[in-house]
Design a protein around this ligand. Structure first.
Ligand SMILES: CC(C)(COP(=O)(O)OP(=O)(O)OC[C@H]1O[C@@H](n2cnc3c(N)ncnc32)[C@H](O)[C@@H]1OP(=O)(O)O)[C@@H](O)C(=O)NCCC(=O)NCCS
Length: 143
């Protein structure tokens, strides 16, 4: 049984194992929790029995005009059951009212997002692969 929540209350790194599949230098579960804590919005799909997260999405916003959904992932063995779509549906509902709602994705995922009203557009990005596991020095920046 999967339940959905928009809070990280009570969540520990142990509940966040197995994400960032295929990333050569993935964030640790501890860093993953930090990412969720630093996001303006999160939606989690949680296994009702174990309390472990099986899918998540995060968003950052300026609170007025612009919002961006940097991360969406469902654990491989839970894919293809509608969890990804439900995470997107719930996240878009949270971001309703923003002028800009942006997601950068690979071309193959365009059909996944199109039914939600998202349309393809060009994006310019920087990817510092040596920082894929997290930003240097962030530990010092947090109080
Ligand atoms: C994309 C992702 C979140 C979808 O989660 P999910 O729970 O499997 O999604 P759903 O079950 O709701 O929907 C699955 C649909 O997405 C499509 N889909 C998922 N990943 C796809 C991919 N890489 N390429 C093409 N289609 C894809 C499936 O074909 C399926 O479509 P169908 O129902 O018409 O057959 C999941 O595949 C994932 O975590 N992928 C790795 C991370 C990723 O790519 N995230 C998106 C970042 S922009």
């Amino acid at each position: 049984m999967i339940r959905y929540t928009d809070t990280i209350e009570g969540l520990t790194p142990a509940n966040l194992v197995g994400f960032f599949v295929g990333w050569p230098n993935p964030p640790t579960p501890e860093t993953h929790l930090e990412i969720l804590r630093g996001s303006d919005e999160v939606v989690l799909a949680v296994d009702g029995e174990t309390g472990n997260v099986v899918g998540f999405s995060s968003a950052v916003t300026d609170g007025v005009l612009a919002s961006y959904i940097p991360l969406l992932e469902v654990l491989p063995r839970h894919r293809g059951k509608g969890i990804g779509r439900e995470l997107v549906r719930r996240m878009l509902a949270k971001l309703d009212g923003f002028y800009m709602i942006d997601i950068a994705c690979d071309r193959e995922l365009v059909p996944f997002y199109t039914p939600f009203g998202l349309r393809p557009a060009h994006a310019m990005v920087i990817r510092n692969y040596d920082r894929q596991s997290g930003r240097a020095g962030r530990e010092q920046e947090r109080p």
